[in-house]
Design a protein around this ligand. Sequence first.
Ligand code: PXP
Length: 242
Amino acid sequence: MTNYIRLGVNIDHVATLRNARGGTHPDPFTIAQACVAAGADGITIHLREDRRHIRDADAIKICAEIPAPINLEMAATEEMTTIACRLRPHGVCIVPERRLEITTEGGLDVVKFHAQLKPLIARLNDSGIVVSLFIDPDLDQLEAALEAGAAVVELHTGAYANHKAGELARLANAAAFSNKLGLECHAGHGLTYENVTPVAALPEIRELNIGHYLMGEALLVGLPQTIRHMQALMAAARSGGA
Ligand code: PXP
């Protein structure tokens, strides 16, 4: 099924809602189970340095017990690399958390931080974790990602979602170039029912990671229906039927 495009569901906002009251409800683990039961191809969680949403206990339980690939987003720090090597999620996506690490569009500046990233990526690779870098759809960043040892890039779709002119062409170009370099290509940020189709139609993109919009829609119609509808749009885009 090489044409299939996976949906990773980002559940950070469930933890944000839980933390707003300081209790245990809603539980990100239970929601992750529900996402998988509804057909999500993977679960994405971001363990931030400040633990503002997902916390260590969430990450431990989700990585150990959810029967689907877990994509752990994290900053490029020693602490996070050590945690990831212990939890051994299917994949890690390195994202910028500090302003200094961020390019103008919002991706990780791999060109600038290449030397710091390389040893961390090597440790993750040695633990059998598939390493992805969240970058702008920029050819220099793609080359730097390859050179740094990543197997996957996740293209930042934020500028596209904000209707910036020329962004779809930039994404298409970057997706094709990632394929040429032998990097698996993912994409995400700001994707919705309204804007997902052109991105999902890019044949080199293997996975989309979507969170905020899905959680908002789930409040209206429920999680299973929301996930299935997004997957149906993605599948239709893939078959040229959207
Ligand atoms: N991909 C990455 C790397 C992210 O950090 C996020 C969330 O910030 C997403 C995808 C999902 O973005 P959204 O919540 O806007 O769908």
